[in-house]
Design a binder for this molecule. Structure first.
Ligand SMILES: Cc1ncc(COP(=O)(O)O)c(C=O)c1O
Length: 418
């Protein structure tokens, strides 16, 4: 096939494609697999029952059902859903939103594709502009999204060592340069893969820098407050007209309904709506229809606070306990302070070999993790640090997580004893 430059960009050796393929193949054998690798949320029985009940109610209301599945939605999203989301956020945070500030996308993943490519690239004056990720490691799903290679730039963090076995990344503001070539700043908060939550001061400073340069600050709130609220620090989300806050129904247990929600100034909302129309005509409406009432009543908040957050907090503490007891003092290790999301980010300082080798060893033993190097992008040099790190998803069955972490400990100890 004779691909275009864009075709080549999206088909050749994308890190995420290779990894997803490998993960899929690793899972396909007959043996039981310990899947600590992907980004799937947990199936929480109490939450799953709510979605089943909402689906039953939708099916029973025939005219509503026919409207939801039988008509194209507007490219910006279902008006009633946009109003319900704006209303809920106004009641919670007093942001004075209208439906002009809210857009729906087919998953928040596609919102990033649209935002990055709406903003980065050559502008009409011929200046090449890029997206700045001020705090690596970052979400693997961003890494191959720029239509033009080279449109991403990123910064290494400052590492605060909290104690022998725990650290936290901070934005290194001394090295952060925001020149005229920067089109937008983007962070995930809570961060996938590290579980970091950028501090309020960091966000305030990034917000000021973005406003000074008149560029948007994109905050990916896929795990944050007020839903799914998989965040263990006392943090309120921030929004103003210069911030693009993205949210998702995926981590409240509806990943296959592909519903992303974006809160931004009307200009960005309209641009995303326009691009949505070109790329996919309209959004899937089922996720919006299933959750609309929960946004209207505020039930989405209590569900997140009282069920989803405690569930993941428990899973996180359990996984951390497994790490502490399995790793003990067998080799050097440090975990990023888990402040939110579904992941532990484990660092093995001085590991003889790389975590890509560790990944292969673990795969042989049916334990699947993600090696750290995929979470560093927007840079030319390799960064040894990420070759000493792995991401572990702790949302899965507790016994599986316990077994997986015990195997990780054995394999890391073996790498050290060679
Ligand atoms: C930080 C982050 N942002 C965005 C997404 C995309 O989520 P979705 O497209 O399912 O809304 C994910 C998925 O795992 C994520 O972890």
């Amino acid at each position: 096939m004779k691909w275009s430059a864009t075709g080549i960009r999206f088909t050749s050796d994308s890190g995420i494609l290779r990894l997803m393929d490998d993960l899929g193949r690793a899972l396909s054998g007959p043996e039981k697999k310990y899947m600590l690798g992907g980004g799937n949320p947990a199936l929480i029985p109490e939450v799953a029952e709510i979605w089943r009940a909402q689906m039953r109610a939708l099916l029973e209301d025939e005219s509503r059902f026919d409207g939801v599945v039988g008509r194209y939605d507007t490219p910006q999203g279902r008006p009633a859903f946009l109003q319900a989301v704006a209303g809920m956020l106004n009641r919670e945070y007093d942001w004075h939103l209208t439906e002009e500030n809210v857009a729906v996308t087919n998953g928040s993943q596609s919102a990033f594709f649209m935002l990055f490519n709406l903003l980065a690239g050559s502008d009409d004056a011929g200046l090449s502009r890029r997206i700045l990720f001020p705090l690596m490691p970052e979400y693997i799903g961003y890494r191959d999204q720029a239509i033009r290679p080279g449109d991403f730039v990123s910064c290494e963090p400052e590492i605060e060592q909290i104690d022998n076995h725990m650290h936290k990344y901070h934005v290194d503001f001394d090295s952060l340069e925001i020149g005229p070539d920067i089109a937008a700043i983007c962070v995930s908060r809570p961060t996938n893969p590290t579980g970091n939550v950028l501090t309020n001061e960091e966000i305030a400073r990034l917000d000021r820098m973005a406003q000074d340069r008149q560029i948007p600050l994109i905050i990916d709130n896929a795990y944050g407050a007020p839903f799914p609220d998989i965040i263990f620090t006392d943090t309120r989300p921030t929004w103003n007209e210069n911030i693009v806050l993205t949210m998702s129904l995926s981590k409240i247990g509806l990943p296959s309904l592909r519903t992303g929600i974006l809160v931004a100034c009307p200009e960005i909302v309209q641009a995303v709506g326009a691009m949505n129309a070109i790329v996919s005509l309209a959004n899937g409406a089922v996720g919006q229809a299933l959750t609309e009432r929960l946004f209207e009543t505020g039930e989405i908040l209590t569900l997140s606070r009282e069920v989803i957050q405690p569930f993941y907090r428990g899973r996180c503490e359990h996984a951390l306990g497994c790490v502490r007891s399995s790793f003990a003092e067998r080799f050097p290790w440090s975990v990023h302070r888990p402040e939110g999301s579904l992941f532990l980010w484990l660092w093995f300082p001085g590991l003889p070999g790389t975590t890509t080798q560790l990944y292969e060893r673990l795969k042989e033993r049916d334990v699947i993790v993600v090696p750290g190097r995929y979470f560093a992008f927007g840079r030319n040099e390799t960064w040894k640090h990420t070759d000493e790190c792995i991401r572990v998803n702790y949302a899965m069955d507790e016994l599986d997580v316990e077994h997986g972490i015990a195997v990780i400990a054995e394999e890391v100890a073996r790498m050290w004893s060679r």
